[in-house]
Design a protein around this ligand. Structure first.
Ligand code: TUI
Length: 307
């Protein structure tokens, strides 16, 4: 079964829950355009996230969900609040949500955790996950080590629940490849950064448009906090701090603060411009609806050409 049928949406596409970017307005725009829009909780506290959920309900009557970033200090509280607010679809990121699964299942919430490894996918299937999102290291932001090409088929072989592919998907050929690997659909983030509706600062969009294939790098692997960003002054400084022996906490704090600088202030030099390796494929700003239509039409054309 395809992801759009599983989730009751038009296109088999989930919008990634990008921290500080995936607001109620952006999630609603993605849902209204036919994808599964997600509110990202990164950078929010519990009451801010509650307000965003209520705002999103007022902006769309289509299905939408919440991405619970498990490194958020409020994650435990948020895990209860999403039940109170009647959220129907959840994804999780940057951690293991097993301890929350029983209450989310009891509340009838559909849960698709993001995983970067087979072992966690198997554990979450046992814990009652409805599907998993297998995210390769091509993605922007917090990443694992395995590529989408290698990870997705291994997760598909290891579990019987639906698998969504993420990381490195920005056009129809890559969506077709995701299907070929056994996925039922895709989660995309980077190709939506350059949408008309995306609320990031114009400088952030332009940095993504300007980036070429080798213009992202992963900072923080040495301290277990790997984050893919566009190479800039901040990336160089971060690497220097890593070599200077900064602790994991110091470096994480540094990255979160610098994400806000890039997203809100448009400081793409000392800010952290989180972005996937597909940035080099993005050349113009388009409405979300057009991005989704081109992904799906391009995929159909690609599959036809393959015979
Ligand atoms: O979560 C993401 N991407 C993100 S979160 C984020 S906010 C942030 N900002 C600064 C520093 C750190 C985070 C920006 N981008 N993607 C989902 C994802 N989850 N990718 C990889 C994972 C993952 C990794 C390990 C999921 C589970 C996991 O398991 C660890 C365990 O405890 O088993």
């Amino acid at each position: 079964m395809k992801l759009n049928e599983i989730l009751g949406i038009e296109f088999p596409i989930i919008q990634g829950g990008m921290a500080n970017i995936a607001t109620a307005e952006f999630a609603a725009a993605c849902s209204n355009a036919g994808a599964m829009g997600l509110i990202g909780c990164g950078g929010m506290n519990t009451e801010q996230l509650r307000a965003e959920i209520r705002k999103c309900k007022s902006l769309t009557d289509k299905p939408f969900g919440v991405n619970l970033m498990l490194m958020n200090p409020c994650a435990d509280e948020m895990a209860d609040m999403v039940i109170e607010e009647g959220v129907k679809f959840l994804t999780t990121g940057a951690g293991n949500p097993t301890k929350y699964m029983p209450k989310w299942k009891a509340a009838g919430i559909k849960v698709f955790p993001v995983v970067a490894a087979v072992a966690l996918a198997k554990m979450l299937e046992r814990a009652g996950a409805d599907g998993v999102i297998a995210e390769g290291t091509e993605s922007g932001g917090h990443v694992g080590e395995t590529t989408t090409m290698a990870l997705v088929p291994q997760v598909v072989d290891a579990v019987s629940i639906p698998v969504v592919a993420a990381g490195g998907i920005a056009d129809g050929r890559q969506l077709a490849a995701a299907y070929a690997l056994g996925a039922c659909g895709a989660q995309v983030g980077t190709c939506l950064l350059t949408s008309v509706e995306c609320p990031v600062h114009q400088n952030y969009k332009e940095a993504v448009l300007k980036a070429k294939d080798r213009d992202t790098t992963v900072t923080g692997r040495s301290v277990g906090a790997p984050v893919r960003i566009i190479k800039n002054k901040m990336a160089r400084e971060y690497v220097q701090q890593e070599y200077a022996g900064a602790t994991k906490e110091e470096l994480e704090h540094y990255t979160l603060g610098s994400l806000r600088r890039a997203v809100f202030d448009g400081d793409v030099s000392t800010g952290s411009v989180m972005c996937g390796q597909v940035a080099g494929m993005l050349h113009e700003i388009k409405p979300v609806r057009q991005i989704l239509e081109e992904l799906v039409a391009g995929c159909d054309a690609c599959i036809k050409n393959l015979g």
